[in-house]
Design a protein. Structure first.
Lengths: 434, 276
């Protein structure tokens, strides 16, 4: 008897010692948003299961981008996991900067990841980052204002309908604006919206020979439409508005419609944040009548392991934990289904409980309708819906975004903005050797 | 008559000083007020000034989410270390420039100041690579060295200005009494320049405390000071203004308190030698 107890004690000690010996501390760089903060709060579950400790470095999105790019390009080795997006994953994967995530365990069920997300985070068929949550964009509208206007929002509206509804809803004297759209310069700000919108007019950034296409009729039509809509039905100072500014306006009851990231849905329908929480409707992003592409983007915040990390095993274990179905269930059990990270796994949308969330169905439809390999009508040499996944894009789109924002501010015409965009892009692409 | 004019002028000057003071302080006051609001009230339109339900929830959330004590400790060590190390190097340098100047002293002073004209981002990558090689990334030592170097020109310039005000004859007398160079600097010059050294120290401590470029770029989890703490509450996708304000208030509170208690020394030091 005594011997048995002694053996058990020895085994337990050995197991403990082994766990301690293999326990690592991993450092994760991430962005500051609701889903990521929730994950930080639940990290204890991962530590209990694996013994690994986690240290978080939370940064504002733009600071994070610059910080992790600088670290990975110089092999600084500051982070074991980086939170990156669909733009970075294929480029960094191709550069050999990331550890391939092709050996995740069978329980993880990688086949359950939404194909659009998986493709967007892969290079040559190898996934380099696992999606923590995914998003597309859609139309949020005020059901009461739409009713007052005597209109009914179809599930899949056209731009022409959006314009008609925006004009009918706009009441500038009472500070109600029919169309709240992004105008603030930045490749992830106004350019994400305008590029997606341009796709739905049949425009594209480059032809198959990497020649810039801002001088095309499609771009002219898309940008003119956008500028006119902003002038007729947009809020004042729209050239400084991006996600947060429009979210604030909508939550204050000042927007008739807002076209932006699907993740906004949970914030707009939260009565503690919004005065119009019970008057929000959802629709697919618009298209131009006759064009078979909608103006919705596709994005994922994903977790990736930089090549050369000393803690690859623990980092992969964390990614398996954080992007698994079990994690989704953990969040649902603690904070309800409305707060689970959306847009990453097929099975979430087959879940009965989740399907009761009012915006779940529209979010999935939006994500599924975006195709990063064929973002617009004509073929393109790049992947990405609201961006072109080439290293030069962020810099070029930043400059082009400035020109488009200046046009929103009334400082130049659509023609002048497009002419400059064409010149900037042509020059940068030539210098990059395309 | 003359007295009335003087009194009126005093009133106008006082009112103007208060107006400018309030204008400068208003953003800080607004940040402090916002930290006690809910997220919805923080972005309310029209803005709510005082008539809202005050809440401590933001502070509670921030304290639960972040290890404030660690960020604070890093800030104190980094800002304090950079300031002290800077003084250690700058006092002898300023002494030599003030009391035994050469023909090139003015040029050296100007050259030192010119290093401040280079945008920090211009040397980010070289310094980042050097830090990787030396294993200084995400260490307090690394940041102390960088921030000391960043502020060194200002420290030398300020001390040089103060030392120039001290009559050289006093040091000469000390020398005649047999004081060594060390004794001269430690026991004669330093005590006389205490107000100047104190204000230099305070100003550089504040500069190092608020420095956000290098502290964000050269740290990760271990050596991150309060600037990184604030940055972790900024977000372009989601409204966290009230929490961001709470984090900002917690980050600036120590330096505000320090500034409040030492304002006399700070002002006397900064205006030292201004009127002759």
């Amino acid at each position: 008897m005594y011997f048995t107890h002694a053996c058990r004690a020895a085994t337990a000690l050995t197991l403990l010692a082994t766990t301690a010996a293999y326990a690592d501390t991993i450092t994760i760089a991430t962005v500051n948003n609701g889903d990521m903060i929730r994950m930080q709060g639940l990290t204890d579950d991962f530590t209990v299961k694996t013994g690994h400790e986690v240290e978080w470095v939370t940064l504002e999105e733009n600071v994070l981008r610059q910080r992790v790019t600088q670290d990975i390009a110089t092999k600084g080795g500051q982070f074991d996991i980086m939170t990156i997006g669909m733009y970075e994953a294929p480029i960094w994967g191709a550069n050999g900067w990331l550890v391939p995530l092709d050996d995740l365990s069978a329980e993880y069920n990688a086949d359950d990841i939404l194909p659009a997300m998986r493709n967007g985070l892969s290079h040559d068929g190898t996934m380099y980052a696992a999606p923590f949550y995914g998003e597309s964009s859609m139309v949020f509208y005020r059901t009461d204002l739409m009713e007052q206007a005597g209109l009914e929002m179809p599930e899949a509206p056209t731009w022409e309908f959006i314009r008609e509804a925006a004009l009918a809803m706009t009441d500038k004297e009472n500070e109600i604006y029919g169309a709240c759209l992004r105008g603030k310069a930045g490749w992830g700000d106004n350019m994400a919206f305008i590029t997606s919108m341009a796709n739905s007019f049949g425009a594209r950034w480059f032809d198959e020979d990497w020649q810039p296409q801002f001088d095309s009729a499609e771009w002219q039509e898309a940008l003119t439409f956008y500028l006119e809509l902003m002038e007729e039905a947009g809020p004042p100072g729209a050239s400084g508005n991006s996600f947060n500014e429009n979210l604030t306006l909508f939550n204050q009851g000042k927007c008739g419609m807002w076209i932006d990231a699907t993740v906004a849905a949970s914030k707009l329908t939260d009565p503690s944040e919004s005065v119009v929480a019970d008057k929000v409707g959802f629709a697919l992003a618009p298209n131009k009548d006759g064009v078979d592409k909608r103006g919705n983007w596709l994005w994922a915040w994903a977790l990736a392991v930089p090549a050369g990390t000393q803690n690859e095993g623990a980092a992969k274990a964390f990614i398996e934990w954080a992007t698994s179905n079990q994690y989704i269930e953990l969040v649902a059990s603690k904070e309800g289904w409305a707060n689970v990270p959306p847009g990453a796994r097929v099975s979430l949308y087959e879940n009965e409980e989740y399907s009761k969330i009012p915006f779940a169905d529209m979010t999935l439809k939006s994500i599924l309708s975006a195709d990063p390999n064929n973002p617009t009508v004509e073929p393109v040499p790049y992947t990405g819906v609201q961006f072109a996944a080439i290293p030069e894009f962020a810099g070029i789109a930043g400059q082009v975004g400035q020109e488009f924002a200046a046009a929103v501010a009334g400082q130049q015409s659509a023609e002048a903005a497009l002419e400059k965009a064409q010149a900037i892009t042509a020059e940068e692409m030539e210098a990059a050797g395309y | 008559m003359a007295r009335t004019v003087t009194t009126n002028r005093k009133i106008i000057n006082t009112a103007a000083a208060w107006a400018v003071g309030l204008l400068i302080f208003f953003p800080i006051l607004w940040t402090i007020l916002t930290s006690f609001k809910t997220e919805a009230v923080a972005v309310a339109d029209p803005p709510v000034f005082l008539a809202f339900d005050w809440t401590l929830d933001n502070y509670r959330t921030v304290l639960e989410r972040s290890n404030y004590a660690r960020f604070l400790m890093n800030s104190i060590i980094i800002a304090g270390g950079a300031t002290l190390l800077g003084l250690l190097i700058a006092i002898p340098a300023a002494w030599s420039m003030a009391f035994v100047p050469s023909r090139k002293t003015k040029d050296i002073l100007l050259w030192m100041l010119s290093t401040k004209m280079l945008p920090a981002v211009g040397v980010l990558y070289p310094i980042y690579l050097i830090f990787i090689r030396l294993g200084l990334l995400d260490t307090r030592t690394g940041l102390i060295i960088v921030l000391m170097l960043m502020n060194l020109p200002i420290i030398v310039w300020m001390l040089y200005t103060y030392f120039k005000e001290i009559p050289g004859e006093i040091l000469e007398a000390a020398r005649m009494d047999g004081a060594s160079l060390k004794d001269e600097i430690l026991y004669v010059l330093t005590p006389m320049a205490i107000p100047g050294i104190a204000s230099t120290m305070l100003l550089n401590f504040i500069l190092a405390w608020n420095e956000a470029f290098w502290t964000l770029n050269l740290t990760a989890a271990k050596a991150a000071p309060l600037t990184a703490f604030i940055a972790s509450y900024s977000s372009p996708e989601g409204l966290f203004f009230a929490k961001l304000s709470a984090a900002s208030t917690m980050a600036i509170a120590p330096i505000l308190i320090l500034g409040w208690f030492s304002q006399k020394q700070l002002v006397s030091g900064l205006t030292f030698g201004a009127v002759k």
